[in-house]
Design a protein around this ligand. Structure first.
Ligand SMILES: NC(=O)c1ccc[n+]([C@@H]2O[C@H](COP(=O)([O-])OP(=O)(O)OC[C@H]3O[C@@H](n4cnc5c(N)ncnc54)[C@H](O)[C@@H]3O)[C@@H](O)[C@H]2O)c1
Ligand SMILES: [Zn+2]
Length: 393
């Protein structure tokens, strides 16, 4: 045998994955078998699976009985579910992604209660809690099964239904994370009733985003039902959440890049500035509110550089205002002449590129329902767009 011969093995491994995204109400009511049936799906033969539950503190505040309800639900289906301990309640909101102690607490429980790759963690909460628990379950045993129960508009129509999870580190949002599809997502509309108005409204911006990129008819629906949405009409919100989730899932399934190996992230329209603004505001701005400002900024920019007509630009601004969503914040203005200063929103462009790797790729609009990618932004036009929004906002 000759030594020193170069050899190369190439392989093409194709992996497909499925997870159900169900829409229900009163998920933990003893007559609702959706959770039981979902868990039973995971096994060839019936046995009781271990289940460990994590609850968002913001949800627990409005539903102090929720832990007990989950316990009695599991007792109702002893053939399928074995709750290993009382649920763990964690703080809700971005704080849960900023403090590594929460990830450690979930890891500790997975270890202590011997949650294995055929057991389940169920996370009930907003996007932040789901992101944190998803990171913990995605890394323990290289991935244990996660059932997500999103409880905010944003998490039911966007963040909780996809394949990503993360926590913040080094002052950067979503610096640590994995791509890990959930075992299932169970959307329960009744949770939305206890949201405060800010959280009810802010997730609508993700629906506007995906409508602007992919579905002009859906954009028209949001325009026509803005008043109903602001006045918290439940059937209208349920349809908005369902259609938005469907468009996001269609994208994940058909874009050809579910794990974002390329340099572009087509659904992140408006997000280069949104992520930066969240950070600059010390997370006082909600993700959805920051996205609303980001959509306003990039639409104004697209109009200024001649991509988007005045009429279409006005429709975008009008729908955001009709929904009482913000289109301006003072953080937009700070250090605007110092694009490399980390206190300037403009530094968000470089951070956005770095997070994805490869070439800067920003999604803009060239019509309602039609996105277009660009690889550079003219900073003078961004500054002028900020000025325009300041006058409006
Ligand atoms: N993984 C992804 O693909 C992805 C995508 C977009 C956003 N995100 C992340 O999602 C997070 C934002 O999620 P969010 O908008 O759901 O907000 P959130 O999770 O920050 O929750 C906002 C507040 O609502 C409370 N809350 C949650 N459910 C409630 C309910 N039913 N009733 C009353 N209060 C409730 C929470 O305790 C919190 O105080 C951000 O961290 C963002 O980065 C992730
Ligand atoms: Zn988003």
């Amino acid at each position: 045998m000759q030594s020193g011969t170069e050899r190369h093995i190439k392989q093409d491994v194709r992996v497909s994955f499925q997870y159900p995204v169900s829409f229900t109400s009163d998920l933990f009511h003893p007559d609702n078998s959706v959770l039981r049936d979902t868990v039973a799906l995971g096994h060839e033969r019936a046995w009781a699976s271990k289940l460990f539950a994590v609850i968002d503190g913001g949800v627990a505040k409005h539903r102090p009985d929720l832990g007990a309800q989950i316990e009695s639900y599991c007792r109702r289906f002893p053939d399928a579910l074995q709750l290993v301990s009382p649920p763990l309640v964690v703080v809700g909101g971005e704080g849960v992604k900023n403090d590594p102690a929460y990830v450690a607490a979930v890891h500790d429980a997975i270890n202590e209660f011997r949650i294995d790759r055929h057991s389940y963690v169920i996370a009930v909460g907003g996007g932040a809690v789901l992101d944190m628990v998803g990171y913990a379950t995605g890394t323990a045993h290289r991935g244990v099964r996660l059932i997500r129960v999103p409880t905010t508009v944003l998490s039911q129509n966007d963040s909780g239904i996809g394949v990503k999870n993360s926590v913040n580190a080094y002052g950067k949002k979503n610096f640590l994370g994995t791509f890990a599809p959930p075992f299932a997502v169970l959307n329960d509309a009744t949770f939305l009733t206890t949201l405060d108005d800010r959280d009810w409204r802010s997730g609508i911006s993700e629906a506007i985003k995906v409508a602007l990129l992919k579905d002009p008819e859906f954009f028209g629906f949001i325009e026509q039902h803005a008043t109903a949405l602001v006045s918290r009409d439940m059937p209208t919100m349920e349809w908005l959440v369902y259609r938005c989730a469907e468009l996001h899932l269609e994208h994940i399934a058909t874009s050809g890049d579910p794990f974002e190996m390329g340099s572009s992230r087509p659904l992140d329209f408006g997000h280069w500035s949104a992520h930066k603004l969240e950070q600059l505001s010390g997370y006082a701005l909600r993700h959805g509110e920051a996205v609303s400002i980001g959509l306003a900024l990039d639409s104004t920019y697209a109009h200024r550089v001649g991509m988007l007509s005045a009429r279409e630009w006005q429709r975008v601004i009008n729908v955001l205002l009709a929904l009482d969503l913000p289109i301006f914040t003072s953080e937009l203005e700070q250090h605007l002449n110092a694009p490399n200063d980390s206190r300037s929103v403009l530094s968000g462009l470089a951070e956005f590129r770095e997070h994805l790797g490869g070439e800067l790729t920003i999604m803009l609009l060239n019509g309602i329902g039609s996105g277009i990618e660009v690889h550079e932004m003219d900073l003078e036009h961004v500054r002028a767009s900020v000025d325009i929004l300041k006058r409006y906002g």
